[in-house]
Structures are given as C-alpha cells and as structure tokens.
Design a binder for this molecule. Structure first.
Ligand code: KG4
Ligand code: ZN
Length: 340
C-alpha cells in the first residue's frame, strides 16, 4: 500500500511516499529554519506562507523520487494535530485536495504518534507493545504504546518541553535557532561537574517531568556571570546542562519500564538526537536487559515519512477522515480519531 504523506505542523514542509508503513520510497523536506533564524524562533504567519509555497513542488518531487505515479497511490495521510494552526491547515488542505482529486482515502495522523512511528521505519522488527520516550520541541512524554493506535500517556512535562528548554538556553548562549543540536555539539568538548544545575522533583505523578526550574537556573547562572564579568566555560556548561536534562529523563524512564514491565524502549522526537540522552538510555537499557530502539538522527526530527508510517496503521484501524477534516492546534495523542 503506497501512502502519500504530508507534514507541515511547524517549520518543515515535508512530503513522503511510504509503502506498507515500513518502507520509505521518498522523503522530501523543505526546511524553513534559515528564515525563522532571523527572528530567533518560528514566526507562525511566515511558516504558513512558506508551507503553501513549498508543498505542491515537494509533492511532485516526492512522487518523482519514489518512482510512483499518482495512480499508484493508495491513500493520503496528513498531520492534523497538534501544531501551529495556520501551518497544520496548509498540509490538511493540500491533503484533502489530493485525496479528493485522486479519489483516495484520507488518513488523519497525530504528529506525536508519527514521531513514535519513525521507529517502525528504522526498525522493521519493532512492534507494540513497547515504551516510548518522546522528547521534542513541544512535547516531553512517556508513552506506553500498547498497540499501533492504542497509546497511553504515563508521564508528561508539567511546564516546558525538553527541546524548548534546550533552545532557550542555547539562544542565550548566542547559538542560532533551534539551538539544541549546537548545544549538544558544544557539550562534547566539555567537562562535566563544573556547574551545579538542578534536577526537578515533581509532586503527584512521579513519572511527570519539569524543565522550567532547570531553564531558569541555567539562564540565571549565565546572566549572573555576565553581570559580574566572569567567563563561563561554555562546553562544560553545555555538558552539565545536557546531563541535567538527561538526569530528569532517565529515572522516570526507568520507573516507567519497571511499572509496565516492557522490555522494549523506543525514543523519539528531535531531542532524541541528543548524544548524552542516547548514551544514558543505552546504559539504562543495558542494565535492565531492555532492547533500545534509537532511530537515526534524520528520523528524530520532523519529517513526513513518520506520518506515512503511522498513517498505515491508522488506515488498518479504520481511522479515516472525510472532506470535513479540520486541523487542531492541541490534541492528546491518546484521543481516538473522530471528525472535528
Ligand atoms: O521533533 P522536532 O523536530 O520538532 C517538534 O515536533 O518539536 O524537535 C525539535 C527540537 C528542537 O527544540 C531542537 O533544538 C531539538 O529538537 N534538538 C536537539 C538536538 N537536535 C534537535 N536537542 C538536543 N540535542 C540535540 N542533538
Ligand atoms: Zn515534531
């Protein structure tokens, strides 16, 4: 089954062709990062306009690259939630038009379910149930993937997402948006244990996370040093900061593994590209006899192939939309699909 998939929830326009949820025939991405960098973050109005400019040409390019004609497509899948509403709408409207014109089923896909499904592309042998740690620019979640379309959130961030925290600190360090990857690179040359940064404890659900205290402490440390004219050892600061984020994630992931009894852990989302987090998750899994699934870096960030992968399983579950499909800015990944 060939699925044309579209992703436009933030600042990457992406179109892919995916076969049977597992095989990527084409995966095209037009990133807007350079444009938004001028403003230090994503400007929603600009994002929507750039998606409109890019999506048509990208769809043609994806079909060309896949060697698949329009007639050989079996369905169209699209991110319908969550994201910047104007940006998501562009993809949704394009997908609706394509499904109507080609007389194909239309599959609505939750963006975070897509991030999790990136693992199906990287690991053909992976199937639910498994535990997944999702860490992206907008979300930090521990998810029990009971089945392809039956997901249960075990823990989530109470405030900022891990990626948001990386980006804010990187911005103050003068790194270009989005700074998570640059901060990660800088950390490689650092010496850990130089700067004391807090790891938050959360009352109530002990699988929930909090990153805003760490963010504030990190920013205060940098501002205080600046005011006093002290120099900060940037690589070591980045190493300690990355460690503090990872130290928030590791014990909660360990506890979630214990509670669910899962023997498979997948990681997903842009922050899953972080070297320190990957190393720590490897160590955790080794110690617990758990198999770790860490997708290659290009599948961690936003892409449309992951939407095609999840779209296949949503299709098998009968989760289809009509021409009344609407975009949603916020929606839980647990929520079953129903017409908006
Ligand atoms: O999943 P994603 O591409 O977009 C969202 O759905 O949010 O994640 C983007 C986030 C950004 O905050 C970016 O700075 C962060 O992932 N990121 C990283 C790394 N690579 C990307 N954060 C830490 N270390 C990295 N290596
Ligand atoms: Zn994403």
């Amino acid at each position: 089954m060939n699925i044309l998939s579209i992703e436009s929830s933030c600042d990457e326009t992406a179109v892919a062709v995916v076969r049977d949820g597992r095989e990527v025939l084409a995966d095209c991405i037009a990133s807007q990062v350079e444009i938004h960098r001028t403003y230090g973050g994503v400007v929603p109005e600009i994002a929507s306009r750039k998606h409109i400019e890019a999506v048509y040409g990208l769809a043609d390019a994806a079909l060309d690259a896949a060697g698949v004609s329009r007639r050989e497509l079996d369905a169209v899948a699209v991110t319908y939630a969550p994201g910047l509403i104007g940006a998501v709408l562009v993809g949704v409207n394009f997908a609706k038009a394509a499904a109507l014109a080609l007389d194909l089923p239309l599959i609505p896909v939750h963006h975070i379910r897509g991030h999790i499904a990136a693992n199906y592309l990287a690991f053909p042998e992976l199937s639910p149930p498994f535990l997944c740690l999702v860490v992206s620019g907008g979300h930090s979640l521990l998810v029990d993937v009971r089945d392809y379309t039956d997901l249960k959130i075990l823990g989530s961030t109470r405030d900022d997402a891990a990626g948001e925290c990386f980006d804010k600190v990187a911005r103050v360090l003068g790194m270009p948006y989005p700074g998570g990857a640059a901060l990660d690179r800088a950390a490689q040359a650092g010496r850990e244990g130089t700067y004391a940064l807090p790891v938050a404890r959360v009352h109530g659900n002990d699988l929930d996370m909090s990153f805003s205290g760490l963010k504030t402490a990190a920013l205060n440390l940098l501002h205080n040093a600046q005011q006093k004219g002290e120099t900060v050892d940037i690589p070591s600061f980045c190493a300690d900061f990355s460690r503090a984020v990872s130290d928030t994630l590791v014990p909660r992931t360990a506890e979630a593994l214990r509670r669910t009894g899962r023997h498979k852990l997948a990681i997903a989302g842009g922050v899953a590209a972080n070297a320190r987090i990957r190393r720590d998750m490897e160590a955790l899994c080794r110690a617990r006899d758990v198999t770790l699934y860490a997708p290659p870096l290009r599948l961690c960030g936003d892409n449309a192939a992951m939407i095609g992968a999840q779209g296949y399983y949503e299709y098998l579950a009968g989760n289809l939309a009509g021409q009344d499909l609407n975009a949603c800015a916020t929606r839980s990944l647990e929520a079953p699909w129903h017409p908006a």
